[in-house]
Design a protein around this ligand. Structure first.
Ligand code: COS
Length: 381
């Protein structure tokens, strides 16, 4: 399936590639080492329209489509998976607001999103990972407010100094389980909402991931997104889109690892010739390129279907499953081609290998994607 981009789409993808090469690639190693984005990076991304890529122009965004968003995330991931992840989660939070928010909420939060305030999405809890329906955080109505108590974990885009607002999934009527869950926008500076510390991670080190703690945190009922009791469905439908972003990130990581393998195997001389003059290396490269192209086709297919308003529950799960497993494999093979040098921090593949490993784990493990896919296959829906 070929995706022929419009001039506007192509311009955005070219802009992302150029920005990634000139502004992100030179600082990726530093951001990984220091476990934070360099100051001003997100502001620059906002100025160029990336932070509002999926926000309609009437709210201050670039108003671009799902395919372009996926391609932009892919371009960033080729050089820095942390930046790609930040943008993927941020655009997921904008997407949920766009699909479910009131006009006031859209005007307020989407405008902020475009200006570089970073959004997050909080569903996971210590005992509710794959089993998202087991979440226990409560938001109990009290007059015109909800009073939130509980905690979330592994929340991307939130750190002690990072993150501006979060879409929280919490029980407004605990006895109704998933049908009693609601989606609520919580501003970072709300009293009772704290982010004690960022996690110390193996990869994606520049992108913050944290526990969120809510203690008698009071938010006005006007912060409710969509209807009360619809939070679980809002979260699941949002994740269908989020998984396309993660698949795009995985495609970019695989492409970056493949590029590194091609460069290294061309300049590395052993036995008097470049190592990619050997068929063993050539076959590695052929497999890496073919599988990555297949991952990209699945990803863009899911993106195009979502843009057309179709359900992408199965397609997004397939793209995320295939692309994330492929990213891990390609990063492994690229490091293998680099030999011992690939294990050293002097080579970008060392970071890419660590970054790739999370992708089959978050926004639904590969095993959960297979649950989603097999349910669709069995029921024919
Ligand atoms: N879009 C809209 N609604 C959806 C949906 C989707 N993609 N998926 C499920 N729902 C709705 C269902 O229709 C159902 O509603 P009804 O009760 O009205 O029929 C409700 O949500 C419950 O769905 P289901 O019975 O499928 O829930 P399960 O507990 O079996 O969970 C899985 C389904 C496993 C798929 C879900 O828990 C999941 O995706 N887990 C992984 C979570 C995850 O990705 N976490 C990543 C971290 S994000 S911070």
């Amino acid at each position: 399936m070929a995706f022929i981009l419009t001039e506007e789409q192509q311009m955005m993808v070219d802009l992302a590639r150029d920005f990634a090469r000139k502004e992100i690639a030179p600082v990726s190693e530093k951001m990984d080492r220091e476990a934070k984005f360099i100051p001003g990076l997100i502001e620059q991304m906002a100025e160029l329209g990336f932070m509002g890529i999926n926000v309609p122009e009437e709210y201050g965004g670039a108003g671009l489509d799902e395919v372009t968003k996926a391609l932009v995330i892919e371009e960033f991931a080729k050089v820095d998976a942390s930046v790609a992840e930040m943008l993927s989660v941020h655009t997921l939070s904008s997407d949920i607001i766009l699909r479910n928010g009131t006009e006031e909420q859209k005007k307020k939060y989407l405008a902020k999103a475009c200006q570089g305030c970073v959004g997050a999405f909080a569903l996971t809890e210590p005992n509710a990972g794959s089993d998202a329906a087991a979440a226990k955080t409560k938001a109990i109505a009290d007059g015109d407010d909800y009073v939130i108590n509980g905690s979330k974990c592994f929340i991307s885009n939130m750190g002690p100094d990072e993150g501006d607002y979060v879409i929280l999934i919490a029980l407004t009527e605990p006895e109704k389980k998933t049908k009693g869950m609601s989606a609520i926008i919580v501003d970072r500076d709300t009293p009772g909402f704290t982010v004690p510390k960022a996690e110390d991670k193996m990869g994606l080190r520049a992108a913050p991931v944290s526990e969120l703690v809510f203690t008698d945190c009071r938010v006005p009922k006007t912060q409710l997104l969509g209807q009360e009791g619809k939070g679980f469905a809002i979260a699941m439908a949002g994740l269908d889109g989020g998984r396309i972003g993660m698949a795009a990130q995985a495609v970019g990581v695989a492409e970056g690892a493949l590029d590194a393998a091609v460069d290294y195997s061309t300049q590395r001389i052993q036995f008097g010739k470049p190592i990619n003059a050997n068929q063993g290396i050539q076959w590695y490269l052929a497999d890496m390129a073919t599988q990555t192209e297949a991952a990209k086709a699945l990803t863009l297919n899911a993106a195009a279907l979502r843009q057309a308003g179709k359900s992408v529950n199965k397609e997004a799960a397939m793209a995320k499953y295939f692309a994330s497993e492929n990213a891990v494999k390609v990063a492994y093979q690229s490091l293998q081609i680099h030999g011992g040098y690939g294990y050293m921090k002097d080579y970008a593949i060392e970071r890419m290998y660590r970054d790739a490993r999370i992708i089959p784990l978050y926004e639904g493990t590969s095993e959960i994607q297979k649950v989603v896919i097999s349910r669709a296959v069995i029921t024919g829906k």
